[in-house]
Design a binder for this molecule. Structure first.
Ligand code: OAD
Length: 269
């Protein structure tokens, strides 16, 4: 990491953004925290503080306790359906409109990037709104969740499951291939609200850096990815990302939470 203060790191990042041809944004649960979606690993509030991932997010957990797993995902599906994208999601959609090429690579399954307007999007870990057949993988549009049992596939009778990637499962090859291709091609990678604990997503920033990109981390706190980032902007993504967009394109119509045309970055609380 370069030895720079917040203001200087912010200015360098805004300048890189304004001049970028190809931007990749790797996002994690932290970008949705300000929408009210709990993260996984934050002390006190993270989901994995209260729940055991091995009991809820593995194929074995589903095989042994399908109803428990189904109900947990139903709870999370309802939770994300009731929240809205925040200024960080909107800022990334704005960046997509402003630069020649941009891709959001998200580990989140909450669908908030799409709802904010991002169209160039790779959902590495799936999408919680979708359900698929646990045997054939066919995505199912409708299911009856009225009974006490996990609903079954109308075609083959197997249990339905959320269309998300569980621990010990492979990511869709086309998704990780596209993400790695972006990491190799981008000239700026923003790494936003992820602890960098889960692979292969966590390997993308070092791949981008090895291929010549500037890597900037935006996070409330230091992570395992911080040391290899060029700049680290500490603070809430919902404040920092809109401020970066404003600074990079002061004349653009903007969704941002800070005054238009602001030249000096807000210092996060
Ligand atoms: P984590 O919960 O591991 O990390 C969330 C990160 O967001 C932490 O580093 C926080 O400091 C940061 N953060 C929290 N609020 C923030 C804010 N307002 N602005 C900026 N940063 C903030 O979540 P992920 O890294 O996304 O996988 O977790 C990766 C994967 O682990 C998830 O996709 C999920 C989980 O187990 C599977 O379920 C397969």
């Amino acid at each position: 990491m370069r030895d720079t203060d917040y203001e200087s790191a912010f200015e360098q990042t805004a300048r890189a953004l304004a001049g970028a041809r190809c931007v990749a944004a790797l996002t994690g649960a932290g970008i949705s925290a300000e929408s009210g979606v709990p993260t996984f690993r934050d002390a006190q509030t993270g989901l994995w503080e209260k729940f055991d991932p091995l009991q809820l997010a593995t194929p074995r957990a589903f095989a042994e306790h399908p109803k428990l797993v189904w109900d947990w995902y139903t709870w999370r599906r309802e939770l994300v359906a009731g929240v809205k994208p925040n200024p960080a999601h909107y800022a990334l959609a704005e960046i997509e409109r402003a630069v020649p090429e941009c891709m959001v690579i998200t580990q989140n399954v909450d669908g908030l990037h799409r709802r904010a307007g991002s169209r160039k999007l790779i959902e590495l870990h799936g999408n919680i709104a979708r359900v698929k057949c646990s045997r054939e993988g066919t995505v199912v549009e409708r299911w009856d969740s009225a009974g006490d049992e996990v609903p079954r596939c109308a075609a083959c009778g197997a249990l339905l499951r959320p269309d998300v990637v569980w621990f010990e499962e492979m990511l869709a090859p086309e998704a990780i291939d596209a993400a790695e291709s972006m990491a190799r091609r981008c000239d700026l990678m923003l790494v936003i609200g992820t602890s960098g604990e889960v692979y292969p997503a966590a390997a993308l920033p070092s791949l981008a850096k090895a291929c010549g990109a500037l890597v900037v981390e935006i996070n409330l706190s230091a992570t395992t990815l911080s040391a290899s980032a060029d700049y680290c902007l500490r603070g809430p993504a919902g404040t920092i990302l809109p401020a970066l967009v404003n600074d990079a394109w002061p004349d653009a119509s903007s969704i941002v939470a800070t005054p238009r045309g602001r030249r000096s970055p807000p210092r996060p609380a």
